[in-house]
Design a protein around this ligand. Sequence first.
Ligand code: SF4
Length: 157
Amino acid sequence: MKKPPLLISACLAGKNCRYDASSATLSCLAELREHYELIEVCPEQLGGLLTPRPCTELVKERVLTKDALDFTEQFLSGAKKALLIAQLQACNIALLMERSPSCGSHTVYDGTFSGTLIEGEGVFAHLLRQMGFAIYTAQTIEVLMKANTAWCESEPR
Ligand code: SF4
């Protein structure tokens, strides 16, 4: 049976693409692959940023390093490219890494580089939400799996 496409932060899918070249691999990745066709994207890499790269946080409308280097344009460019990849595969759901200045969809760091979290969303998550994507996180995977069951039941055999 055809599996529905799911856009996923590449670091959640095991890629060492985080700023410090680590991953955040989901423990249920194999199960997720059974239910979804995963489309792995790292918007920061797609924006041309290297791995490893400096740590960044959202500061008002910009994406800055602690030393105030401005990576906003790279983040925006990578988010648009990742969106296009999803759209080409008719994907409208995403599973995103929380707290990232790109992929964070509920919480992000507050821009003081002190480890303080606030409510907010990263550049990529914001774009996806504007485009009507349903966004899930590692904390809401169970809901995502239920959505898959509903999709399978409605799909013609
Ligand atoms: S941009 Fe997204 S996919 Fe890339 S490392 Fe950061 S959280 Fe993971």
